[in-house]
Write a protein that binds this ligand. Structure first.
Ligand code: KG4
Ligand code: ZN
Length: 398
């Protein structure tokens, strides 16, 4: 197979991310600028601010990674060596329209610079699908490269879904959220509790939850009676909000109550722990259901990939580690040097639905340029493969 070097550009939400990756799986250079702090005060990503922040850094980031990848120093010198660039891959959606445009135009500028006066062939422009990039990135890492078909639990601020990856370009949505994503729920609850969410609501809530009892509050597990793989967090969020309000009321008018955390840290921690338990239980239960469905409908599914910002949650990782053990699957966790063999469980065996549960390395769970470049490489490879085969047209004998 031919080898490729691809520049990936990601600007679909609040991370400006670029990377240069080779088809051998080498990350030649990468850079990410996060906007967490810009949006923290607003309770969500503000599209106009996000666009501006992308615009401010994108060209410089691209310049930097190209220079690093092609080992050049002075501004613009990469053009001479960047003939080794085979393609520029850009996230074209889904995402915030005005932010996606920033990445697209930046890609166009790179291509224009590389083309003007160059003798080598113009790099290919590849538009990539954001979700496909999340799904494919584990194929770049680790000792074990998940083969199609595989199952993906994608859990972040923007996404909450179960995807069946059949092959390149063919994904079935087995379930998605009916309202909020799980990351949004973590972020909202963190704010309601009065946590400082500057570094992300999820991590702050996870930390507070360590001080609390996960069974102190009996919030209902969402969609328990619905026999599908969808998610919902609106009802749980309301139940948690009411519990917080109830706790705060205990302090009546005597205290100027601004947040529960200030007046009763233990109650806040108990609520955080209980919310975390229930929301993770929901993710877990839906995933088991999807795996069960695969057993009859897609018996070739041999791996489950858990990705997205929420996959950083240690409690979630612990739960999926237990699942791996129960079912005798291997577990490939964040550092990827590990490939734990969980098959020592004697009760597993025939019940095994898949061979492995895979967590991509943490920094590639969240939005990044590497996953975009890699999705571009897989696309190029497929084009290559297709070129070597007889085209359907040529087989037609009239
Ligand atoms: O993938 P990501 O960086 O960006 C989006 O595409 O949204 O995910 C960010 C989301 C946020 O909602 C954040 O609160 C959540 O992932 N998150 C966590 C944890 N770390 C990040 N949620 C729960 N526990 C964590 N440790
Ligand atoms: Zn994403």
């Amino acid at each position: 197979a031919r080898s490729y070097v691809v520049l990936g550009i990601e600007t679909s939400c609040d991370d400006t991310a670029v990377a240069v990756v080779s088809s051998e799986g080498r990350i030649l250079a990468e850079a990410v600028v996060k906007q967490d702090r810009i949006h923290a005060h607003y309770g969500g990503v503000v599209p106009g601010l996000a666009r501006k922040a992308h615009e401010q850094v994108i060209d410089e980031l691209i310049e930097r990674v190209l220079c690093e990848a092609f080992a050049c120093s002075a501004d613009g010198v990469w053009i001479q060596s960047a003939h080794r660039l085979d393609a520029v891959a850009v996230t074209m959606g889904p995402g915030l329209e005005i932010c996606l445009r920033v990445g697209f135009h930046a890609a166009r500028r790179v291509l224009a610079r590389l083309t003007s006066g160059a003798t080598s062939p113009r790099p290919t422009f590849i538009s990539t699908h954001h979700l496909e990039s999340h799904c494919l990135v584990p194929r770049l890492f680790g000792l074990y490269r998940p083969a199609f078909p595989f199952l993906v639990l994608l859990v972040s601020g923007g996404h909450c879904m179960l995807l069946l990856a059949r092959e390149l370009g063919a994904y079935d949505v087995l379930g998605s959220t009916l309202d909020d994503s799980v990351g949004e729920a973590f972020d909202k609850i963190a704010r309601l509790l009065g946590l400082n969410v500057g570094g992300g609501g999820g991590p702050a809530l996870e930390q507070l939850a360590r001080e609390g009892s996960p069974f102190a509050f009996d919030f209902p597990i969402p969609l328990k009676k619905r026999p599908d793989c969808n998610f919902s967090f609106a009802g749980l969020k309301t139940a948690v909000r009411m519990a917080i309000e109830h706790e705060v009321k205990q302090y009546g008018a005597s205290i100027e109550v601004t947040n529960l955390l200030q007046v009763n840290r233990q109650a806040a921690a108990d609520i955080a722990a209980s919310f975390q338990r229930v929301s993770l239980e929901h993710l877990f239960e839906r995933t088991r259901r999807a795996l069960h469905w695969c057993r009859t409908h897609e018996p070739n599914v041999r791996s489950l990939i858990v990705s997205g910002g929420v996959a950083a949650n240690l409690e979630l990782r612990r739960r999926f580690g237990e699942l791996a053990y129960d079912l005798g699957w291997r577990l490939q966790d964040e550092d990827n040097n590990h490939f734990k063999n969980a098959t020592s469980n004697p009760d597993s065996g025939s019940d095994a639905l898949a061979d492995s549960i895979i967590f991509p390395p943490l920094r590639y769970c969240t939005d990044n340029g590497v996953m975009v470049a890699w999705a571009g490489i897989e696309r190029l490879q497929r084009l290559d493969d297709a070129a070597g085969e007889p085209q359907p047209d040529s087989l037609e004998v009239v």
